[in-house]
Write a protein that binds this ligand. Structure first.
Ligand code: NDP
Length: 460
């Protein structure tokens, strides 16, 4: 019988925290969970879920136009932001309620307040002032948007604010070239805003395959996003009619909303980690070993707060591995390789495995690259220029598939089963032996031919 109030106390009811808390409670453990905001965390409340609804909303504008090419007569159309915003918020509230209920139904106690460490076994609940003790504590507090401290930064919004805007701006300026910047620039353009995306580098989506990064630029432009490269903001000034943003080359852009999508940081500030002997790295991320254990033996951390692979399903898997390790006597380290993911540009980007430059770094010339670029049949009748890009990278004589990258309609759906193929170590021969499903976009993945390039032409 433990001397502590709880067997497990979870700080943060996001994806990783809720899964861990529920599983521990289902094992009969006494579980407490603290959440200062709405249960569900970034993904459900101010991230993946409401964002995906916005993407669906943005896509309808183009679909209405395309419908006319398919014979539909379309009357007057207009977009009503409050309708979409409020429907999404209603669904977010419903889902958040489910997250809370799922914990409580399984016997966990949920504290709707902030928790901070007093020592390695004790946390203080900020609103009630109550202290509780736990044998094991899980830090699952996630991350928060971060923006550089330039003059006037207080005028900018971040992704947290984007879902509840009072009105839809006429002009939006999105700063950044990562996931959030690309997704939101695509959303705003689709909803009819005059959208500019400014990135400090020369190609969007740093870290992605070089050809995918080029395609991402094309996708944005085709959606009407004006993309400007090699510029960093230095100042935001409020004017009577909006904001003027100045850049490091002296140029200026006027806008109604400045959206800083310049990254996220682990949310460890003020958590009292120093009281519990939990070490953080230079970015404030909780340092963990492969079992998600921190520098303190009874304290673990999962999800974005550890800044490993910052994706919801990864936080969930880390949480499941933590439960196996701590409560099922089955030391389990989650494997962070070959994780499929999608960027919800319009159309989306689906990727799994290594990029071409990573493959070359690891295997030199012992790789084969297959690509195709084609206009999907739906766009032919719609008279739209958008093409699908596919790239498959294999390694060795046996041609094990080590990377797949797709830019195009339904790529986010395709990449999930393709992720199974890569994780399972399938070869190009396995793909070739699979009969195509016709007529689909995905059939191209089983008929790919090698890219006709000189092997020394490295795409970086
Ligand atoms: P990212 O790290 O993807 O992008 C941040 C962007 O901001 C980069 O383009 C970066 O440039 C730029 N930047 C950083 N600092 C500055 C600065 N001082 N001035 C100007 N630009 C700057 O972060 P996001 O916030 O977009 O997303 C955070 C994480 O959340 C992602 O990495 C991903 O793991 C996750 N996420 C996943 C999604 C999905 O799965 N669909 C959707 C949204 C988020 P540079 O590239 O040069 O560093």
């Amino acid at each position: 019988m433990s001397d502590y109030d709880f067997d497990l106390f979870v700080i943060g009811a996001g994806s990783g925290g809720v899964r861990s808390g529920r599983l521990a409670a289902q094992l009969g453990k006494k579980v407490g969970v603290a959440e200062e905001s709405l249960p569900g965390g970034t993904c459900v409340v101010r991230g993946c879920v409401p964002k995906k609804f916005l993407v669906y909303g943005a896509d309808f504008g183009g679909a209405i136009k395309d419908a006319q090419k398919y014979g539909w007569t379309v009357g007057e159309t207009r977009f009503d932001w409050p309708v979409l915003r409020d429907s999404i918020q209603k669904e977010v509230a419903r889902l958040s309620g489910i997250y809370s209920t799922i914990l409580e139904k399984n016997g966990a106690e949920v504290f709707r307040e902030r928790a901070e460490f007093v020592d390695e076994h004790t946390v203080r609940l900020a609103t009630s002032g109550k202290t509780v003790t736990a044998e094991t504590i899980l830090i699952a507090v996630g991350g928060r948007p971060w923006a550089p401290e330039i003059p006037g930064i207080e005028h900018a919004i971040v992704s947290d604010d984007a879902f509840t805007l009072e009105t839809l701006p006429e002009r939006v300026l999105v700063i950044g070239g990562g996931y959030i910047a690309c997704e939101f620039a695509g959303i705003y353009a689709g909803l009819g805003c005059k959208t500019t995306q400014v990135y400090r580098g020369g190609r969007l989506l740093n870290g992605f395959d070089a050809e995918v990064r080029d395609e991402a630029g094309v996708v944005q432009e085709q959606n009407g996003v004006s993309v400007k490269f090699n510029l960093s903001p230095t100042e935001i000034k409020k004017t009577s009619g909006g904001y003027i943003v100045t850049f490091d080359d002296g140029s200026k852009i006027g806008t109604d909303v400045v959206f800083m999508a310049t990254g996220r940081k682990p949310h460890t500030k003020g958590l009292g980690l120093e009281n519990a002997g939990v070490d953080v790295d230079e970015h404030g991320a909780v340092k963990v070993d492969k079992y998600s254990k921190t520098s303190q033996d009874n304290i673990y951390a999962v999800g974005d707060v550890t800044n490993r692979v910052n994706l919801t399903p990864v936080a969930i898997r880390e949480g499941m591995a933590f439960i196996e390790t701590v409560f099922k006597d089955n030391a389990t380290a989650y494997d962070h390789t070959q994780i499929a993911s999608a960027v919800f540009t319009r159309p989306p980007i689906g990727v799994v495995g290594v990029t071409e430059s990573e493959a070359r770094k690891m295997h030199g010339d012992d790789i084969t690259v297959y690509t195709t670029h084609f206009r999907p049949m739906k766009n032919v009748l719609a008279e739209k220029p958008q093409k699908v890009f596919m790239k498959l990278i294999t390694q060795g004589k046996q041609e094990t598939v080590i990377g797949i990258h797709i830019v195009g309609d339904d790529s986010a759906e395709m990449i999930q089963p393709l992720g199974i193929c890569v994780k399972a170590g399938l070869t190009k021969a396995d793909f070739d032996a699979t009969c195509a499903v016709h007529p689909t976009i995905s059939e191209e993945i089983v008929t790919l031919k090698p890219r006709e390039i000189n092997k020394t032409t490295v795409v970086t």
